[in-house]
Design a protein around this ligand. Structure first.
Ligand code: NAD
Ligand code: AHE
Ligand code: ZN
Length: 375
């Protein structure tokens, strides 16, 4: 069949809207009509050429929602007509990682996913016989895409596609980092670096968990109002702090009889390795946890003095907020439908597929939180 798609032909180039050929689902696979897709900073990370795993030509996009329109042989957990969210972190419930109960990082198909192909080693996408790579196992910048059955979460059919697509990455990552990875407790203090599509969801996760002090840090002053909208209690623009931001944040978090200071939990949502170091070092001596969410480009490395860890700070990372997709994503959709979490105000721009490059421009300009493409 044919599908309209935004294709990344080469690193650093705008996406091109093209008609692509799409083969139908094979054994254990499903064909999904994508109804809406968000544009995450990770799509930009790969489009720009910074991703060491980046392959071209490829159909990017990993934050989608849609309807199952066909199923391959052997598919048992979804049927035509089901509403689904594609999962870049699948959940097979059979691999050693899934069975460990210690991680959400299912390993059933990670290696072929990283090679831009389906689990049988081939791509379903092509143009004029030339192979186009899949991306993060999702390729939601195509109106139709093929996914392994284990990489879709069946969700409430009443939920609006143009909002719940964001649960396919940003919402789940931010809220999950707080709840699943950090396991933040009531009354905690926290610092969130980067108040974009992920950071604001960390903030709403902290509000949900009952944190007392939520400090947001961003270079863009416009993010102050955004953070406050979702529960941030204090805002810091590093450009307005004379000198090192770490002692400044440690001072802010010094409470009561505690003369040491530092936050119970800190989160990097920038992907900047210097910020990751600041986030670790403003965590509280003895128990502070710093969670790395941002992804950094090829060749970038984090560093700190080992003393920072010797004195009890913990550096952790999180992918997809530690969520087990087929189990947790339907619940997060239900939270949204019940009004427990907010999504609508964060979707600042709704675009057509033809306008998708504008979504990347808005991200760079710092004027969007999330742009969503509706097919
Ligand atoms: P975004 O562009 O919407 O937001 C980034 C924010 O960081 C912006 O508000 C920007 O002003 C701010 N910022 C940039 N440099 C800063 C600095 N030095 N100090 C303070 N603030 C700074 O991006 P996003 O979609 O929110 O994604 C954030 C990061 O998270 C990206 O690296 C993305 O690739 C990554 N990500 C990771 C996961 C995961 O599973 N680990 C999931 C989604 C996104
Ligand atoms: N290809 C990158 C890895 C990027 C990365 O860490 N991706 C996150 C999801 S970001 C979503 O917006 C992830 O899920 N990581 C776990 C995994 O298995 O990739 C690189 O740096 O090589
Ligand atoms: Zn993402």
């Amino acid at each position: 069949m044919k599908s309209r798609a935004a294709v990344a032909l080469a690193a650093g180039k705008p996406l091109e809207i093209l008609e692509v050929d799409l083969d139908g689902p094979r054994s254990g696979e499903v064909l999904v009509e994508i109804k809406a897709t968000g544009i995450c900073h990770t799509d930009e990370f790969t489009r720009s050429g910074a991703d060491p795993e980046g392959l071209f030509p490829a159909i990017l996009g990993h934050e989608g929602a849609g309807v199952v329109v066909d199923v391959g042989p052997g598919v048992t957990s979804v049927v035509k007509g089901d509403h689904v969210i594609p999962l870049y972190t699948p959940e097979c419930r059979q691999c050693p990682s899934c069975l460990s109960r210690k991680t959400n990082l299912c390993t059933a198909i990670r290696s072929t996913q990283g090679q831009g192909v389906m689990p049988d080693g081939s791509s379903r996408f092509s143009i004029g016989g030339e192979k186009i790579h899949h991306y993060m196992g999702c390729s939601t910048f195509s109106n139709f895409t093929v996914l392994p059955e284990i990489a879709v979460a069946k969700v409430d059919p009443e939920a609006p596609f143009d909002k719940i697509c964001y649960i396919g990455c940003g919402v789940t990552t931010g809220i999950g980092a707080v709840i699943n990875t950090a396991k933040v407790e009531t009354g905690a203090t926290a610092v969130v670096f980067g108040l974009g599509g992920i950071g604001l969801n960390v903030i709403q996760g902290l509000r949900l968990a009952g944190a007392d002090m939520i400090i947001g840090v961003d270079l863009n002053d416009d993010k102050k109002a955004w953070g406050e909208r979702f529960g941030m209690t204090h805002f810091v623009n590093p450009k307005e702090v004379g000198g090192d931001i770490v002692p400044y944040l440690v001072d802010m978090t010094r409470r009561g009889a505690d003369q040491i200071g530092g936050a119970d939990y800190t989160f990097d949502c920038t992907g900047n390795v210097k910020v990751m170091r600041q986030a670790l070092e403003c965590a509280h001596r003895g128990w502070g946890q710093s969670i790395v969410i941002g992804v950094a480009g090829s060749g970038q490395e984090i560093s700190t003095r080992p003393f920072q860890l010797v004195t009890g700070r913990t550096w952790k990372g999180t992918a997809f907020g530690g969520a087990r997709g087929r189990t947790d994503v339907p619940k997060i959709v239900d939270w949204y439908m019940a009004g427990k979490i907010e999504i609508d105000p964060m979707i600042t721009h709704t675009l057509s597929l033809d306008e998708i490059n504008m979504g990347f421009d808005l991200m760079h300009a710092g004027t969007s939180i999330r742009s969503v493409v509706v097919y």
